[in-house]
Design a binder for this molecule. Structure first.
Ligand SMILES: NC(=O)c1ccc[n+]([C@@H]2O[C@H](COP(=O)([O-])OP(=O)(O)OC[C@H]3O[C@@H](n4cnc5c(N)ncnc54)[C@H](OP(=O)(O)O)[C@@H]3O)[C@@H](O)[C@H]2O)c1
Length: 259
């Protein structure tokens, strides 16, 4: 099926690993021109080397905590790709901890990583994006249901819901659709590491730890990063022309609330 993604010019942030990487790979498989970005140049280069045989891929380092680096990514990205049709925002993972453990500096860093990065990205990218452009933000189930020991995500990411709704209204007249996806537990390298660490600490098998996590997921398993990427692809595709300001869970039913 032609999704209308061939030759689209796409930027994906936090794309050296995990959800961002899987998303960039899916866009390449659909024939898009893709610029990947992350804050570790070596990991970014490793990702680029894995992707370059699939399609037309470029890379540019940008630390999402730096406003200047985000502006540079979008300015240069627009030059490299000769336009931007789709911007996929994925963030790095915030530091774990609760209110009583996190320092003032942790909150400031969390604010830069999880909120200012999205604000600046959307503002800058919308200067270049034209009619039928797509801005897609990957968030977290924490915006619907607080996660234990992840207060930075629970508190700061919640603002992305307001941002997506506000900006979708403001950009509608330009024909730009702005949406979010809400990934649930997704089996990325980071989660794999988390499972391994917990298995060592608690002296339990990895499958035991995974079972513990997925007991709250009605579908009974974690998502593959590609399953999150597929929903992002849908939102970027010509199958999705009348959805804006939406937040779509890809969580296997994890979120308990009706709305
Ligand atoms: N996996 C899950 O279960 C899950 C569920 C809900 C939400 N999420 C959220 O989804 C996002 C991606 O998660 P993931 O599991 O795919 O993580 P991951 O596999 O650890 O990948 C994280 C990506 O973020 C990049 N990154 C880290 N800090 C950055 C920074 N300051 N600036 C730019 N890029 C940065 C990393 O690249 P470099 O190290 O190369 O810079 C890497 O490409 C995170 O925000 C996470 O909290 C994950």
């Amino acid at each position: 099926m032609d999704l209308g993604i061939r030759n689209k010019k796409v930027i994906v942030t936090a794309a050296s690993k995990g959800i961002g990487y899987a998303t960039a790979k899916r866009f390449l498989e659909e024939g898009a021109h893709v610029l990947i970005s992350s804050h570790d140049e070596q990991k970014l280069l490793d990702a680029y080397n894995k992707l370059k045989d699939i399609g037309d891929v470029y890379y540019l380092k940008a630390d999402l905590r730096s406003i200047e680096e985000i502006k540079n990514l979008i300015l240069k990205g627009n030059e490299i790709l000769n336009g931007i049709d789709v911007f996929v925002y994925v963030a790095g993972s915030p530091k774990p901890g609760n209110l009583f453990e996190l320092t003032d500096n942790d909150w400031e860093e969390g604010f830069k990583l999880l909120l200012m990065s999205a604000v600046v990205s959307i503002r800058e990218v919308s200067k270049f994006m034209k009619n039928n452009g797509r801005i897609i933000l990957s968030t977290s189930i924490s915006i619907k249901q607080p996660l234990e020991n992840l207060d930075l995500s629970n508190v700061i990411r919640l603002s992305l819901a307001g941002l997506i709704k506000s900006v979708s209204n403001q950009l509608a007249h330009k024909g730009i659709l702005v949406n979010g996806v809400i990934p649930g537990w997704t089996l990325t390298e980071r989660v794999d590491q988390l499972v391994k660490d917990r298995s060592r600490r608690e002296n339990r098998s990895e499958s035991d730890i995974i079972n513990d996590i997925v007991k709250d997921v009605p579908l009974g398993r974690m998502a593959l990063p590609e399953e999150v990427a597929n929903v992002i692809i849908f939102l970027a595709s010509e199958l999705s022309t009348y959805i804006t300001g939406a937040l779509i869970p890809v969580d296997g039913g994890y979120i308990k609330a009706t709305f």
